[in-house]
Design a protein around this ligand. Structure first.
Ligand code: SF4
Ligand code: SF4
Ligand code: SF4
Length: 328
């Protein structure tokens, strides 16, 4: 059972600190959305905070999004800390941002939330056989209880959890200043990369056909880029016109260039929060691409991003004993 009173007390105490400018958590959504990010600037606003199986959004995205807004002329930047609620996977984004110096440790107060998994609302709809608005949800003794417009419905966790959660190895935050709730027992010890292996088992032509079919439906809305906590360049190559690295035309060639460039830019950096895939309006299985690169990075460099704040960024470091002969 999630102790919301305790969460709201933590938030009120945190936002009352002189060195904290705002507290980012989740609240119930509006206009048919189940959940929204919630920026708490006053203690009274903390009463809307929630933590439930609907809290999918990785809020670490806001650490770089909000902080890179231009400061109006004549004003000084507000250098106080941002307090941020994180689940296990989200906390890995914070660690990776620290590794890349995208943020500094003293800029953030991490509120760690041990997590029992978030639901994939598409799975709920499939089980119900119709589109359904999940208004609220809660974890209860290994089950997930969803509140629907016409009453409550109980689901076995494994039936409705997001794919990433079924194989989650880090449900507890890997970094935090304040822990909200009790740590949970991880239910998965090792990544088996099963989905990647299935694609690797196809011939080259079959793999190409598979991805061409998927990429052909991309509408280049850039939701996957915008939601990603590690896609935070102020000057993204996708937006550049001179030189134009990737044309803005929506066609299979440019879509493929976009998808592969983005995947390579995330190699050794993607912390597998699954947000890109969750928000894709045309259901492109982006996590398969991300996982393929995670597998390569693990096998080649024995590296997993977002775990050690003292680690060197993979793509910005080398080892003299690297087995490749281009290292002299
Ligand atoms: S991947 Fe793990 S930490 Fe992230 S939402 Fe799922 S269970 Fe929670
Ligand atoms: S979210 Fe989906 S449709 Fe939009 S740009 Fe990304 S892959 Fe393409
Ligand atoms: S690429 Fe996708 S899974 Fe990886 S960090 Fe970004 S949003 Fe999360």
């Amino acid at each position: 059972m999630v102790d919301l009173e305790n969460l709201r007390t933590i938030a009120k105490e945190t936002i009352s600190r002189e060195d904290v400018k705002y507290f980012i958590g989740w609240r119930e959504g509006t206009y048919g959305f189940s959940v929204s990010p919630h920026f708490v600037r006053e203690p009274a606003e903390a009463d809307k905070l929630i933590f439930s199986p609907l809290c999918s959004n990785n809020l670490a995205t806001y650490l770089t999004l909000a902080e890179k807004l231009p400061v109006p002329r004549g004003q000084e930047p507000d250098t106080r800390k941002v307090a941020l609620m994180v689940k296990g996977c989200d906390s890995r984004a914070v660690v990776q941002l620290l590794v890349e110096r995208g943020i500094e440790r003293e800029q953030v107060v991490v509120i760690g939330c041990p997590c029992q998994g978030v639901i994939d609302t598409k799975k709920v709809e499939q089980l119900l056989g119709q589109p359904e608005n999940v208004v609220r949800a809660r974890w209860e003794k290994g089950k997930i209880i969803c509140q629907l417009p016409d009453g409550e419905k109980e689901f076995i966790k494994e039936e409705v959890l997001a794919q990433k959660c079924l194989k989650c190895r880090y449900p507890n935050p890997v970094i935090y200043d304040i822990l909200f709730g009790e740590k949970v027992e991880p239910w998965c010890q090792e990544e088996d990369f099963q989905e990647v292996k299935e694609i690797e088992g196809l011939t080259l032509q079959e793999r190409w056909d598979y991805w061409q079919e998927k990429f052909s439906s991309c509408i280049r809305c850039y939701s996957c880029r915008n939601v990603c906590p590690l896609c935070y360049c102020e000057d993204c190559i996708l937006d550049r016109l001179n030189p134009t690295w990737i044309n803005r035309s929506v066609n299979i060639s440019e879509n493929t260039a976009f998808q592969l460039s983005r995947a390579f830019h995330l190699a050794g950096r993607c912390i597998e929060c699954g947000e890109c895939e969750r928000v894709c309006p045309v259901n492109i299985p982006l996590m398969k691409l991300n996982k393929k690169l995670s597998k390569a990075v693990k096998e080649m460099f024995d590296f997993e991003p977002g775990l050690d704040p003292e680690a060197k960024p993979l793509q910005a470091s080398y080892r003299p004993d690297d087995k490749e002969d281009f290292i002299l």
